[in-house]
Write a protein that binds this ligand. Sequence first.
Ligand code: N01
Length: 535
Amino acid sequence: MTAPRRADAVIVGAGFAGLYMLKRLRDQGLTAIVLERGDGVGGTWYWNRYPGAKCDVESPYYSYSFDPELDQEWNWTTRYPAQGEILAYLNHVADRFELRPDVHLNTTVNSATFDEQANEWQITSTGPDGVQTTHARFCILATGSLSESTTPKFEGIGDFAGPTYHTGNWPHEYVDFTNLRIGVIGTGSSGIQVIPEIAKHAKELLVFQRTPNFSVPANNHELDDEYLSEVKARFPAIRERMRRTASGLPTDGRDELAVGADAAHVKKIFDEHWTLGSFAIQDAFADLATSQEANDKLAHYIHDKIEEIVADPEVAERLKPRGYPVGSKRMCVDSNYYETFNLSHVHLVDVRETPISRITRHGVATTQGEYELDAIVFATGFDAMTGAILKIDIRGRGGASLRDHWEAGPRTYLGVSIAGFPNLFSIAGPGSPSVLTNVVMSIEQHVEWIDEHIAYLRSRGFETAEALPEFEEEWIQHVNEVADQTLLTKGSSWYLGANVPGKPRVFMPYAGGLDAYRERCNDVAEDNYRGYRLA
Ligand code: N01
């Protein structure tokens, strides 16, 4: 046990959110430390190192907007940033703003308990020097929405003789699949990115698909100097625009409706988006996210594309997503995903039809037979939005446990605060727009709002801010109402916790858009932090 330490604030996690939170709190004169379980900064981009890992938001927009000089000095090399480049960017930020001295790596937070006498949090962590307690007035969870990876509890999972990998926790060393028989389980965004890359090296690749996903081509390419100079010249205006849109991107969807539109025109617009590449195709018409009839048009369009690309009609048929609206499971953006199934050494195993019955010593057994493999890659996703938070034993007033408070699903006020848990803030947590937007912009909004909230408390001599239960309840209802107006709740997605057996089915992110959310948060702040008990 190491001697206790003291800071004004403890921030959990050193990804985009934690690093910026540290900078902001320091800038207002607080002592803050970041506790990070990895041995480097970067969060999501530290862990997700699988071949093909890249972001599906375009490079210049998937970056901090808070410092115009930073915008000018960093040069992105490709339209969609690869994992290594985003990680390099975050390391640059950590150096540039001299954040590292306050980032404690290899340090896992185990518990956080609110001490009602002292009005402070006691945070215990296990780090290189053992277990340590930190006393801090504020505790800020920058734990990431997709950071707690999940591997299904397949029977016999420990029996497999070969190596296994999870896309969300990939080794730092190069993994050589040359001449091996590889199985990939899962066809979400991670699977769809890793599959074409593994296919380049493997002797044989078996893709175990339960639910096909809608995917659009990335049309990724290198960025030339002319483009970079042009973006840099326009950055102030671009950033300004990004702060005002629902998506946190410089462009928002079109106003036109697909329902009632001429079929040839609809196809033309979809064609334009398909050629351009990017998930913006789901905003090609204003009613795609709300009208099943409109959404079906896009689904049929993508089905036709799959048919065009995939040579074997039976494989094409199995790759076509059905039974849920486009976008209700996060749309994927790929580089040659469907094309990969035209390679003779790549095989699709439909585990909806013939489910995986167990993992064996030699490979994967389905109800149809056993597939011998040299290695298995789990691209099976995350215990999203709540997993990393609930892994920490968090106790608020009266020793109340957050796990109990969230037993029926996460409850927050504005996605930032939790009734009964004073001075605990979460960034991009459940109830916030986070994963439905360009998350870096959402993170910046949250960080700045939390920072100003803390400054407000300090300037008026308050020690605590605590969300009121009735405001928390009202926010949850609002989150649900907004989601119910869309098709987002109609798929078995991680947005709903549907991918984790036993997890309550609650639509977790806020679907009202970053612009409306920002306005709401500003309004709460201007109204002296309405919905909080300040003491
Ligand atoms: O995880 P997922 P992910 N048997 O949950 C399957 C972000 N991200 O890591 O759909 C068989 O989407 C599961 O099948 P089903 C992005 O927000 C972004 O791919 O449950 N299969 C599904 O196919 C994304 O949405 C980027 O039927 C099983 C897959 O595993 C989020 O992270 C890149 C199974 C899991 O897909 C998560 O993506 C990567 C079982 N028992 C990730 N259990 C970019 O920016 C699960 N599956 C591009």
